[in-house]
Write a protein that binds this ligand. Sequence first.
Ligand SMILES: [Zn+2]
Length: 207
Amino acid sequence: MDAIVKNFPQVVESDRVLDRPSQKEAEDAVRVLLRWAGDDPQREGLLDTPARVAKAYRELFAGYDMNPEDVLGRTFEEVSGYDDIVLVRDIPFYSHCEHHMVPIIGKAHVGYLPNGRVLGLSKIGRVVEIFGRRLQTQEAMTAQIANAIDDSLRPRGVAVMIEAEHMCMAMRGVQQQGASTLTTTFTGAFKADPAEQVRFMTMVRSR
Ligand SMILES: [Zn+2]
């Protein structure tokens, strides 16, 4: 799978070539985890579960087969000189933490200051989805979204804010339900000028 090898350097910084196991190997692994949880993979209700889980994983982790550069490649210049903030806020996403493989549920707010070119608005949501559908830390995901837009669009600045609830905090360990984690990454004019950061935050919060 060329796509995987191509995409992995963004997530795994090593020279390892990662082979994807067969469907059967994946299903066998799910059976082991079912037994590890204390259940019987042979009981009727669980017979098709390994196949369903393997299929669900391909969807939940589809981001490994998608390259943000493909999404961000097309830009538009016909913007009548518009050069102020473009903000897409409240982009919902579902990810999984790389430490426990349980869900991270949240919203991303992504803004940029155009430099003559703009992105189709739906592309920003697609980029959030691509990075969300991988094993993540919230910090890394925030930076990856900002860097992908920065690299492809070369805007005057990018601002990304993610607010999310981590099920590994809510369901296990400290069991702090409702606690949300906020992360931000600023590049360019947003990084250099605190007033631009305030403007971004104000636009994110205004209702
Ligand atoms: Zn976790």
